[in-house]
Design a protein around this ligand. Structure first.
Ligand code: DI6
Ligand code: FE
Length: 399
């Protein structure tokens, strides 16, 4: 067979079979940006490659996927972090005009170029650790014009760098000041004006919301999700982060791609997610940064066969984090995920959480040739080390 590129002498964690789907002494061939062959060298067909890369025994995993970020935002909240260290709570800061609303002000004041420019270093930090797909949410604009600007900036990230950007419209992130006392009015505007404008420009790949006592109620989210379906857009939800609003079950009723956070998820929510094939996206960086103590029900998710994804939640308020390697270590240390679960969480299951499991997330014939090549002796090292980056090379769409 003919191909563009051939990687030889590799140890491969394909994530395409139970466990890590390991192939010792493996080869991967790419043609037209897709994987044309993967398997053991001993049983490989004759391959005529334009370029051959000897991996010298290095490990190859699927390119990593960060399936939940708020990468685009104006400003930062380092001062609020200091206030929290001095004893103020997240809620107190929010009530004093800080929190999501302070990021909203900075985001509204930023041009599209500003938003792209400030997000690129964060994106570069993720890709420097092998990320080949990154989800980016809106949600700090909270007006039609500013939400569109955020999503256009997000799309531009994917033109500025060799990485797949998947966008989520998170207009239902917080109540903007213009609608104080009128949350239902804001939700109606989301459904009738903002979402149609976003959909008309093709700026969102999914619709997300923050279902919480301090966010939007299940009823309000239900209205938004019904409108999303009318536009043919899949949904996902920030659910059960600070309290149990039964948001995950609501998300499952709407066949959500994922429900995210889930510290307060109950047994009914787990069962609903299992029944709907909704991925559980855990965000240990936010749990750590907010010094949460309530753990997501990992054992129940496992027992029910709910796929678990992991992501940074990169955002200025609760997770100023741009390392999927650190996320894996946190998931193992704080939530007791296994090494295999951590790796599946930032590859195969993260792709499912974005609805692109058929395109990427495992090393299998026909998928996009998205790879991370590592200077490690065993996969556990990717989860074990803290603050050390063993990436040797990153391949996106065969390049
Ligand atoms: N949950 C979170 O933890 C973040 N957003 C959300 O819906 C917080 C975002 C922020 O504080 O800026
Ligand atoms: Fe989030």
């Amino acid at each position: 067979m003919r191909c563009d590129k051939l990687w030889t002498n590799a140890r491969i964690a394909t994530l395409a079979a139970p466990g890590l789907g390991v192939i010792e002494d493996g080869v991967i061939a790419a043609r037209g940006g897709r994987i044309a062959h993967v398997g053991r060298a001993a049983t490989a067909p004759e391959i005529d490659a334009a370029e051959t890369i000897d991996c010298a025994g290095r490990w190859i995993t699927p390119g990593l996927i960060d399936c939940h970020t708020h990468l685009i935002h104006g400003g930062d909240r380092a001062r609020e972090f200091e206030m929290r260290l001095e004893g103020a709570s997240y809620e107190e800061i929010a009530r004093a005009g800080g929190g999501i609303l302070s990021s909203m002000k900075a985001t509204r004041a930023a041009s599209e170029d500003d938003l792209v420019g400030s997000a690129l270093p964060r994106l570069d930090a993720l890709t420097a650790e092998g990320a080949t797909t990154v989800e980016v949410k809106s949600g700090y604009g909270l007006s039609t014009e500013a939400e569109l600007r955020m999503l256009r900036a997000a799309r531009r990230l994917g033109e500025a760098r060799p990485v797949r950007i998947v966008t989520s419209f998170l207009g239902a992130h917080a109540l903007p000041p213009e609608y104080v006392g009128n949350t239902d009015g804001y939700v109606a505007m989301l459904c009738d004006t903002m979402l149609p404008a976003v959909a008309a420009e093709g700026l969102a790949d999914a619709v997300d919301a923050f279902c919480e006592g301090i966010g939007f109620s299940p009823d309000q989210v239900d209205r938004l999700f019904t409108a999303a379906a009318a536009h043919g857009l899949p949904v996902k939800l920030h659910a059960e982060q600070l309290s149990n609003q039964h948001g995950a079950a609501l998300a499952a009723r709407h066949r959500a791609l994922s429900a995210d956070h889930l510290e307060y998820l109950d047994a009914d929510g787990v069962a609903a997610m299992a029944g709907a094939g909704t991925v559980a996206t855990l965000l240990p960086g936010a749990y750590y940064f907010m010094r949460e103590t309530r753990q997501p029900p990992v054992a129940a998710l496992r027992a029910a066969g709910v796929p678990i994804a992991l992501a940074t939640d990169c955002n200025p308020g609760t997770a100023p984090l741009t390392s999927l390697l650190l996320v894996m270590n946190m998931a193992a240390t704080l939530f007791r995920l296994t090494v295999d679960e951590c790796l599946a969480g930032v590859t195969r299951n993260a792709a499912m959480a974005l609805g692109i499991g058929g395109q990427t997330g495992t090393i299998a014939v026909g998928k996009s040739c998205d790879l991370a090549i590592w200077n490690i002796e065993r996969p556990a090292e990717l989860v074990y080390r803290i603050g050390f980056n063993p990436l040797h090379a990153r391949v996106w769409r065969g390049q």
